[in-house]
Design a binder for this molecule. Structure first.
Ligand code: F6R
Length: 573
């Protein structure tokens, strides 16, 4: 993970770099820092607090050449020494790095210098220093010795060089000079066009000239891309991003449906004929929406499997040339998902990216793209994007089975009538002391249970598990006692009675049950759900459970937008 930026400008670039870092903070917020050139020397300022603290510390600093970093710790704990930028042992070169240098231990043993940090990145800056030639030559020859991934920005003697392998990096001219960042949304200044660096490409950046190089050090020409204008006119402002984003779900589902009904998204697709098999690959919350998608496809008679990206890549799956492979990802940047997409592209499979970020890496790999129109998510925990992914997968399943036209009224009715439902405050007070929480459900409700449990763990740090209700008696029931809270989701009509029997088994062991359901039932504490068509219930039912995680987090005094140990974009494997 981590976000990097670099500026070479006519005027003071420090404020630009800090502003970019603020936008890149979603990529990691363990620490941050900048290095800049001042009177021929490199000065470095770091913070273990946040970008606002870095901003205060650099208010009076000026420089025309700055590199910046916001960190998600991989190698070495969260300390100032491990915070980037890292300097070479002579203090002449400074580097910021996003990625992992896998062979850093071997490289370190062969470098004859003193190290200040435990990071792989400090090894890289010293490796660069040990090479011969100009800065660009040194960076390119060092990169050849490196195994792993990197997006780097390096400064030495007033020169700025950037390069990348696997981790994203974009460069651009703007009216004040040149810029490089991990994400095009972090360009500060008036950028109209930008360049995408491909793997093993490098650039030397001067105020008014960017030169590109390949891994052999040869100059290459690159075409500029137009910077897309991302305007978000539906932002709800609440006290946290997470609360705003859950509340935005209704608007973004409406927007998404409008886009799918009015634009050419489906007619632009180049799909295999008569699809009989769809395989979905994703991580985390996106994996849960993929699981939901597989259920929708199966309902339409399309055989469907779902894979966790980090497992699929090294697994033994038998590929099917006639199948469609769907990669679900909010960011479109997740390293594990991207690695699978690249692998399947090499094998000439049919690929489709379902993403929430225009111009993302995954969209560029896959021949087909289905966008979700959820707008940017700032909170680390994905909420509105999850609902949009589930919604688009449902719409796509109808499209594939040629039932979309017949269901348009139903879809419109849903987006008009659907209401955002907070978690009941009194109930929260009653159950918030439970430390052992199970989420149970059957069929699609089990998938909702998985997502609800992940949300709770992620932001409130309460350990919880999700389990198919019928599976409890095969082992996990041993954990149930009067200290156990079981949140049961029941929206699937055909397994309703079975689920209720499972809940009786829990109650018989002293467990407290809360039923989240659109069916009437007097036997349990109930969170009544708005009744909608069964296929929309995964969206209806997850909302109060997202709020449950949020309200528990707030009750415990944590910041839901920045959970510990996590980052919004997971760009390392
Ligand atoms: C959890 C969450 C993560 C992401 C996962 C994949 O709330 O957001 O589990 O879903 O890291 O990220 P994307 O969707 O960007 O590929």
């Amino acid at each position: 993970m981590c976000g990097i930026c670099a500026y070479k400008t006519k005027e003071n670039a420090v404020k630009f770099a800090v502003e970019s870092l603020k936008i890149l903070e979603y990529r990691g917020y363990d620490s941050c820092g900048i290095s800049f050139l001042k009177n021929g020397e490199i000065e470095t300022v770091k913070s273990l607090i946040d970008i606002d603290d870095l901003k205060k510390k650099t208010e009076n600093k000026t420089s025309n050449l700055v590199i910046g970093h916001t960190r998600w710790a991989t190698h070495g704990g969260v300390t100032l020494k491990n915070a980037h930028p890292h300097l070479s042992s002579s203090n002449k070169i400074a580097l910021v790095h996003n990625g992992i240098i896998e062979n850093y231990k071997t490289l370190k043993e062969n470098l004859n210098c003193a190290f200040q940090s435990e990071t792989d990145s400090e090894v890289l800056v010293n490796l660069i220093e040990s090479e011969k030639g100009s800065l660009i030559e040194k960076v390119i020859s060092a990169s050849k010795k490196v195994e792993g991934t990197f997006a780097i920005a390096v400064i030495e003697n007033g020169e700025l060089v950037v390069g990348k392998r696997e981790s994203p990096l974009y460069v651009a001219y703007f009216d004040g000079g040149v810029v490089a960042t991990s994400d095009i949304s972090a360009f500060v200044g008036n950028v109209k066009e930008f360049y995408i660096l491909n793997d093993n490409e490098f650039a030397s950046l001067n105020e008014n000239k960017i030169e590109f190089f390949n891994e052999n050090g040869e100059k290459i020409k690159k075409n500029a891309e137009i910077l897309p204008k991302i305007t978000q006119n539906f932002k709800i402002f609440d006290k946290t991003h997470m609360e705003s984003e859950i509340k935005e779900t209704k608007i973004v589902l409406k927007n998404t449906l409008k886009e799918y009904l009015n634009s050419s998204v489906f007619s632009d697709l180049n799909l295999p004929k008569n699809i009989k098999e769809i395989n979905l690959i994703a991580c985390g919350t996106a994996f849960h929406s993929a699981l939901m998608g597989a259920e929708f496809f199966k309902e339409q008679g399309i055989n469907s499997h779902t894979y966790v990206a980090s497992e699929f890549r090294y697994g033994r799956e038998i590929l099917n040339k006639n199948a469609l492979y769907i990669f679900v990802s909010q960011s479109g940047e997740t390293a594990d998902t991207i690695a699978c997409a690249k692998l399947l592209k090499e094998k000439k499979m049919h690929l489709l990216a379902l993403t929430n970020t225009p111009n993302c890496v995954l969209n560029r790999i896959c021949e087909n793209v289905l966008p979700t129109f959820a707008g940017k998510e700032f909170a680390v925990a994905s909420t509105k994007a999850y609902c949009c992914q589930v919604f688009v997968l449902f719409i796509f399943s109808l499209f594939l089975s040629q039932k979309l036209q017949d269901n348009i009224d139903e879809l419109i009715k849903f987006t008009n009538e659907f209401q955002i439902q907070d978690f009941d405050k009194d109930l929260l007070n009653k159950i918030s002391s439970f430390q052992k929480i199970f989420f149970v459900g059957r069929e699609k409700d089990y998938i909702t249970a998985l997502e609800a449990s992940l949300k709770l763990k992620e932001i409130s740090y309460i350990n919880s598990i999700a389990i198919p209700a019928g599976e409890l008696k095969h082992g996990t029931l041993a954990l149930v006692d009067e200290n156990t809270l079981v949140i049961a989701i029941s929206t699937e009509k055909n397994v309703r009675e079975k689920l209720l029997s499972n809940l009786e088994e829990i109650r018989a062991r002293g467990g407290e049950v809360v039923l989240v359901s659109n069916f009437s039932c007097k036997d349990y504490i109930k969170i009544p759900l708005q009744a909608m068509h069964e296929n929309f219930m995964p969206i209806v039912s997850i909302i109060p459970l997202q709020f449950f995680a949020l309200r528990m987090c707030e009750k415990l005094g944590y910041n839901p937008d920045k959970p510990k140990n996590l980052a919004k974009s997971v760009t390392v494997e």
